[in-house]
Design a protein around this ligand. Structure first.
Ligand SMILES: [Zn+2]
Length: 267
């Protein structure tokens, strides 16, 4: 089993009611998770990066400025993944791979800080944002300036599916390094081609749900939010799959990227 460590880089403010059925009117923090995984052969690997300091630059001009206005974001240089890793003695160029759940700004905000990393994602996630600019990018929650210029040279797509009922109701997974240390699962719905990763007894599900209560009690965000961000039908289908997974695999901990219960437990 490989070691992993959860950390958070920045946060945004949103009404709780926008993120879960029955949520209150108060504003809550959505901390942006990234995970450091230590692979015996491939070294330091990240799952997402959280926000990065490029966010402000990327949202300076219209229409990208709309993103910053609708979603107030707070990120200091010292809170970025790069700075937090440096404090652990890990240099940016020593990060070998970054597994990208999806291309929203709170998941890819730090990509440009890691010049040697190869990027791993589903091709459908990349195609949904590739070459999109302006309103078309914004519709996908994507800020083009966050992507390194040489992204297309460094990306590797997950292609080979392993069909198995070991993690039912999922019917297949992607064995990222071919050694079963990190398994990726397709979690579409919130964003095209979103993936989560299972490592050891933790299943990082990105934004397939926002709160732990969402997969435990089947509490989706409101229809408006589901429609705005992805496919409503897919979102609900994926949430019911996660709910069934939770019931069938009580030994595996499901970790949504922005759940405050998880932050309180592990931060
Ligand atoms: Zn997202």
């Amino acid at each position: 089993m490989i070691e992993h460590k959860m950390m958070w880089a920045g946060y945004c403010l949103q009404k709780e009611a926008n993120s879960i059925k029955g949520g209150g009117n108060r504003e809550i923090r959505f901390h942006a998770l990234f995970v450091l995984l230590e692979h015996p052969q491939y070294g330091h690997i990240l799952f997402d990066t959280g926000y990065g300091s490029y966010f402000y630059e990327a949202t300076e001009v219209f229409p990208y400025s709309v993103y910053a206005r609708v979603t107030p974001v707070f990120i200091n240089e010292e809170d970025t993944a790069k700075s937090q890793l440096l404090k652990l003695g890990i240099k940016p160029e020593d990060v070998s791979y970054i597994i990208i759940s999806h291309f929203h700004a709170d998941h890819i905000g730090g990509l440009r800080d890691f010049p040697e990393a190869k990027f791993v994602c589903l091709e459908s996630a990349y195609q949904a944002i590739n070459k999109r600019t302006g309103i078309m990018a914004l519709r996908e929650g994507f800020l083009p300036k966050l992507l390194p210029d040489d992204f297309s040279d460094r990306v590797m797509f997950l292609r080979e599916k392993t069909f198995s009922d070991e993690f039912c109701p999922f019917t297949y997974y992607y064995d990222v390094f071919g050694d079963k240390s990190i398994l990726a699962f397709a979690l579409s719905g919130h964003a095209s081609g979103q993936i989560g990763i299972l490592s050891g007894k933790r299943f990082f599900v990105a934004d397939a749900c926002y709160h732990s209560d969402a997969y435990r009690k089947m509490l989706p965000p409101p229809l408006m939010v589901r429609m705005l961000l992805g496919s409503n039908r897919e979102y609900l289908r994926m949430l019911s799959i996660l709910h069934a997974f939770y019931q069938k695999h009580p030994d595996i901990e499901i970790i949504p990227s922005h759940c405050n219960e998880v932050v309180r437990k592990y931060a």
